[in-house]
Design a protein around this ligand. Structure first.
Ligand SMILES: [Zn+2]
Length: 406
């Protein structure tokens, strides 16, 4: 604003920055802080195994990790810190260190790291995302990322690497994905280069087309290819193609096949499947078959890599959301599952709800219905009373204001 001052014998004009209105207090923030604080005061099972060897990082509502190089001696101290400070984001290292609080990283005394996988729905390019946008997460999004996590564990980690369910810890990320920790003693010491080999394998990077289809491009030769029971990527390719074949023409088109060829494959599916069972991929005439199958192979591999953030897996010093902590972007729990098997029945919008008590009054503007705890809420365009977990979810997504706790 412009101030007019009479100084000495003259008027002078100066500009000063002044707030246009007093700072408005946000009752929603107070309510969420209190809920987070109460959660940590009463929660159990928040301490990771080998807690004294882990580095911790905490954040605020703006930055997920604003402070790191922290360590906690036991669960009581950790809980006290999280509760007293109502911490909206807390992460811990997948690495174990002798001195987790020391800095820089080289002074920590690295002992080893779990092998971790971070699966997130954001980059999956789902059809539903083009309708509701990437910021919103619908039940289909959550089902798809759960299916990918199941695929990672049961199609790769167990059969191809020989890990067992007992050596794995699976948790919901608290918002839009899952984290898989492998604690097998053989992986703990792997360096970044070895971890990259694992993510490359899972992403299908470096698959040699000539190994999979050895006679491709040879004039007059039958196209010999993988069988469903083959190990590694060979078997995966055969099984995945048969699955699409049996799902129908649209699934085949989804692999990048043109409609007439997809229709021909579908019509002759029994014959095609019988051929593949015997390693014969030439049961139906396909024009330019070598490039045809190469495209399908590439598409399978790329779609796999989209789902996993390989930076997280490859970096043995990465901090990842602490299991059973609150996610400050949703108010949900980054819930630790009892076992990988539980993924099949896990519903994060029900099983990971933190703030179950009471109701809040909100003023909301939402475009999509929210499905939580087996019920449908909204879309909303105004003031309404909702369960606390619905109000906090929409508030933390920036889609509602909380006016009061009821
Ligand atoms: Zn969706």
């Amino acid at each position: 604003m412009l101030l007019k001052l009479f100084i000495g014998a003259t008027w002078i004009y100066i500009y000063v920055d002044m707030p246009t209105s007093p700072t408005v207090k946000d009752p929603g923030l107070d309510i969420v802080n209190r809920l987070i604080s109460d959660y940590y005061r009463n929660c159990a099972g928040i301490a990771p195994d080998r807690i004294v060897e882990r580095e911790f990082g905490v954040g605020n509502f703006d930055v997920k990790i604003s402070k790191r190089h922290m360590s906690f001696g036991n669960e009581r101290i950790l809980k006290e810190y999280l509760s007293n400070n109502a911490v909206p984001y807390v992460s811990s290292s997948s690495a174990y260190y002798r001195f987790p609080e020391k800095r820089p990283m080289e002074r920590k005394g690295w002992i080893g790291s779990e092998l971790v996988f971070d699966l997130d729905v954001t980059d999956m390019n789902l059809q539903c995302q083009s309708k509701h946008g990437r910021q919103w997460i619908c039940p289909t999004c959550l089902d798809k990322v759960r299916d990918e996590t199941i695929k990672l564990i049961y199609d790769f980690l167990i059969p191809d690497f020989g890990f067992s369910e007992e050596e794995m810890q699976v948790n919901f990320s608290g918002n839009r994905g899952y984290h898989v920790h492998v604690k097998d003693k053989d992986v703990i010491m792997l360096d970044a280069a070895a971890r990259k080999q694992i993510t490359d394998y899972i992403a299908g990077i470096g698959i040699d087309f000539g190994d999979i289809f050895p006679t491709a491009g040879m004039r007059g030769e039958k196209l010999v290819g993988p069988r469903p029971e083959d190990k590694g990527w060979r078997g995966k390719i055969a099984r995945s193609f048969i699955k699409s074949l049996n799902e129908g023409i649209n699934a085949l088109i989804g692999l990048g096949i043109d409609r007439p060829t997809a229709a021909r494959l579908w019509k002759n599916r029994a014959l095609v499947q019988m051929g593949i069972a015997n390693g014969n991929w030439d049961m139906v005439y396909i024009k330019s078959k070598a490039s045809f199958w190469r495209n399908i192979l590439d598409r399978q591999a790329v779609s796999q890599s989209d789902r996993i953030d390989s930076n997280v897996t490859n970096d043995p010093t990465h901090l990842l959301r602490l299991a059973n902590s609150i996610h400050g972007g949703s108010g949900l729990i980054a819930k630790k599952l009892h076992s990988a098997k539980d993924l099949h029945d896990f519903d994060p919008m029900k099983d990971a709800i933190a703030f179950r008590k009471g109701f809040v009054r909100i003023s909301a503007k939402t475009d999509n219905p929210l499905h939580m705890n087996g019920q449908r809420f909204g879309p909303y365009g105004g003031e309404i009373k909702v369960p606390t977990y619905v109000g906090t979810y929409l508030y933390l997504k920036g889609m509602a204001k909380i006016t009061n706790f009821i």
